[in-house]
Design a protein around this ligand. Sequence first.
Ligand SMILES: [Zn+2]
Length: 143
Amino acid sequence: MCVEKTPWEQVIDFHGHTCPEIALGFRVAQIAMRELGIRPAPTSQLLVTAYTHSCAIDAFQVLNRATYGRGTLTVNEKKQHDYHFQYTGTSEGLQISIRSEILDHLVGIHEHTNTREKQNKYLEAIQLILGSEETLFCTIQKV
Ligand SMILES: [Zn+2]
């Protein structure tokens, strides 16, 4: 039997573990694909810039096909969960910024030493990231 993996499973497989930041990247990547719509030309490539380095960027490599190796994924470290998406050959980009209320839940999340406590915090954060209303999760701007 051959069951195709869901996008979520593909991302988790690639990333190697389940964590709040990969959930964040997963959601951002899906919003970006929806907002950007179809590829403007067969040759245009999606460029992704992340303004902080985190687990989230692996989701863009899988879902948006923006890879570090090809130089279509860049990290410009500003310690901000802001993500910019743009197809080559177009003048309009998309900026997705995660709301601070969401980010507050990620502060110190890696610091729990007790495994069970950490797992619970992770699950809580993942549910919040994937389950909140989109308007409470992020802001979306055309730039
Ligand atoms: Zn991770």
